[in-house]
Design a binder for this molecule. Structure first.
Ligand code: KIV
Length: 288
C-alpha cells in the first residue's frame, strides 16, 4: 500500500458506485498516520476528539484551531495519500459564515487537509454552503454531535423516536443541498442510517456506531486499538489491544532497569582502549 495513488473525491464516489465500503479512521499524529497510510485507509479524520484522546480533556470543547492545525499538519506528513479531513473545532464556524470560511481555509492552507468537517444540521447549512462555495470540500456530522453534548444530554443514542429521526433526515437533506460531499452519522439507529443512505443522491454516508448500511465506516482510532483508558464505547471493536501491549512493555521496562538487565552491550557504545588511555593521561595532567 506504500505507493498507492492519492485518494480523491472521484475515487471515493467510484467506490460508492461499486458498492465498496469506504474505510475511515481518526488520527492525530505522524507515526499513526504512517501506519494508516500503509494499511490503505481511504479517509482520515483529524477529529477534535483529540482533545479527549490526546490531551486528556473531558470534552472536545477546549480544542482550538491552533491545536487542529498542528495535529493535522503532522498527520498530513505521515499520510500523503489518504483523503485528509480536518475537523472544525468548537466556535470555529458557529459564529458566522465568514469565520467558518476563514478557519476552513486554515486547515487547507496551513495543514494540507483535503476537506473539513463541521457538526450540525439545517442551522449550519449556510456555513456548509459558504465553505463549499469557497472551493473547500466539506463533510457534515449529524446524530451525536459531541460539541453539543450538553444540549443533547450526554453521549447517547440520537434519533430513536420518530420525530427526532425525521429531524435528522431533514438535516441530512439540508446539508446535502448545501453541498456536503459526505455526511457522518454518529450513534443513530441503524434503520435511520439505512433510510438516509438510501436517500442520499449527491453525497455519501459514513457510519460511526450507526450500523452496516452506510457507504463507509469510521472508528475512533483510540477505541479500535485499546488506547483510551477512560472507557470503550459499545460501537467500537478493539482490533488489536495496543494499549495492553504498551502497558505490558512499560512494566517490563521498569523491571529491567530496576534489575539492571537493561541496557546490555548491544545497546551502548564502547571507546577504543588507546583513546581511553589518552583520556586518562589528559585527566592526570589536568589534576597536576
Ligand atoms: O472529533 C471526532 O473524532 C469526531 C468523531 C466523533 C466523528 O468528530
Amino acid at each position: 500500500m506504500a505507493d498507492r495513488k492519492k485518494v480523491s473525491l472521484p475515487y471515493l464516489f467510484n467506490k460508492v458506485a461499486k458498492d465498496e465500503p469506504i474505510t475511515m479512521l481518526t488520527c492525530y499524529d505522524y507515526p499513526t498516520a504512517h501506519f494508516q497510510e500503509h494499511a490503505g485507509v481511504d479517509m482520515i479524520l483529524v477529529g477534535d476528539s483529540l482533545g479527549m484522546t490526546m490531551l486528556g480533556y473531558e470534552s472536545t470543547l477546549p480544542v482550538t484551531m491552533d491545536d487542529m492545525v498542528r495535529h493535522s499538519k503532522a498527520v498530513r506528513i505521515g499520510t500523503p495519500n489518504a483523503w485528509l479531513i480536518g475537523d472544525m473545532p468548537y466556535m470555529s464556524y458557529q459564529p458566522s459564515v465568514e469565520i467558518a470560511i476563514k478557519n476552513a481555509g486554515r486547515l487547507m492552507a496551513e495543514a494540507g487537509c483535503d476537506a473539513v468537517k463541521l457538526e450540525g444540521g439545517a442551522e449550519m447549512a449556510d456555513r456548509m454552503a459558504g465553505i463549499v462555495a469557497s472551493g473547500i470540500p466539506a463533510m457534515g456530522h449529524l446524530g451525536l454531535t459531541p460539541q453539543s453534548v450538553s444540549a443533547l444530554g450526554g453521549f447517547r443514542l440520537q434519533g430513536k423516536g420518530a420525530l427526532q429521526a425525521k429531524k435528522i433526515m431533514d438535516d441530512a437533506k439540508a446539508l446535502e443541498e448545501a453541498g456536503a460531499f459526505s455526511i457522518l452519522l454518529e450513534l443513530v439507529p441503524d434503520r435511520l442510517c439505512k433510510l438516509i443512505t438510501e436517500r442520499a443522491e449527491d453525497c455519501f454516508i459514513i457510519s460511526l456506531g450507526a450500523g452496516l448500511h452506510a457507504h463507509g465506516q469510521l472508528l475512533i482510532y483510540h477505541d479500535a486499538f485499546g488506547l483510551y483508558p477512560r472507557f470503550k464505547p459499545r460501537m467500537a471493536r478493539v482490533f488489536a489491544d495496543a494499549g495492553k501491549m504498551i502497558q505490558d512493555g512499560l512494566h517490563q521496562y521498569v523491571q529491567e532497569v530496576t534489575e539492571r538487565t537493561f541496557p546490555q552491550p548491544e545497546n551502548w557504545f564502547g571507546m577504543p582502549q588507546d583513546e581511553y588511555e589518552d583520556l586518562m593521561v589528559l585527566l592526570d595532567e589536568k589534576d597536576e
